[in-house]
Ligand binder design. Structure first.
Ligand SMILES: Nc1ncnc2c1ncn2[C@@H]1O[C@H](COP(=O)(O)OP(=O)(O)OP(=O)(O)O)[C@@H](O)[C@H]1O
Length: 239
């Protein structure tokens, strides 16, 4: 037997990771998007994924969230290999344990803001009244309760992103994936969305994978990982 028993992986902060990727490879046609990327995040950590355009940041996020299957390497969440789950199992994980915010809120235009935020709860079987009450509470936390009966077309971009953050956090996800969440906002609105996003995530203990190319957005994170040519490098380890 080897003297060197494998040790449990840790994040650079020393905590046990909740979500771990090792040696991820992904190619689109002839275009390599990931070429051996590693990543780990612990519960409650906010990690910024930075890097130039086309370096593989969004692909890394999609693989971590089980949206895109990697060609090689593994992603494990809470000790479970995502590749070992059925499509239905991965979908259930995305609905129950993960939350998502994208650059453009992607709210359902026909629904009011409150109905949009209530939607993830309704999809997991919460009754209409309770879902509405919890949605209203989250809209209050994100300081947009005044637009709860408006439709997405009737509110500003900054308000829309706050509604999107409320929708992403309403079912208490253990991981929040945010891909350029303030990319379409001016700097003042962007900063407020980031403050609210990070403080709400800290209150709930969610880990946050924050893809951004802006250092003032990454400043809200505990740790920065830089993706370059499909490989991820932790900046804590680079110091
Ligand atoms: N669905 C796809 N089909 C084909 N090529 C893709 C696809 N998604 C990503 N790519 C390619 O993979 C590479 C990495 O893309 P990715 O979107 O992950 O980078 P990124 O760092 O998030 O870029 P950006 O900052 O511009 O959003 C790029 O060359 C991109 O063109």
């Amino acid at each position: 037997m080897s003297q060197n028993a494998p040790t449990a992986p840790t994040t650079p902060s020393g905590a046990a990771p909740l979500l771990v990727a090792s040696g991820l490879h992904k190619t689109y046609g002839a275009t390599p998007a990931l070429a051996g990327a590693d990543f780990a995040i612990a519960s409650g950590e906010v990690v910024a994924v930075m890097g130039p355009s086309g370096s593989g940041k969004s692909t890394l996020l999609h693989c971590l969230a089980g949206i895109v299957p990697p060609d090689g390497g593994t992603v494990s969440y809470a000790g479970r290999d995502l590749a070992g789950l059925s499509d239905a199992g991965r979908s259930a994980l995305r609905r129950g344990d993960f939350g998502f915010v994208f650059q453009f809120g992607q709210l359902v235009p026909e629904l009011t803001c409150e109905e949009n935020v209530a939607l993830p709860l309704r999809l997991t079987g919460v009754g209409r009244k309770e879902a509405g009450a919890r949605a209203a509470e989250w809209l209050g936390r994100l300081e947009v309760d005044d637009v709860r009966h408006h439709r997405p077309g009737q509110i500003s971009g900054g308000q829309g992103q706050r509604v999107a953050v409320a929708r992403a956090l309403v079912n208490n996800p253990r991981v929040l994936f945010a891909d350029e969440p303030t990319g379409a906002l001016d700097s003042l609105n962007g900063e407020r969305v980031m403050e609210l996003l990070v403080s709400a995530a800290r209150d709930t203990g969610a880990a946050v994978v924050l893809v951004t190319h802006e250092s003032r957005v990454a400043a809200y994170s505990d740790r920065e990982v830089v993706v370059r040519d499909g490989r991820a490098r932790d900046m804590a380890g680079a110091l």
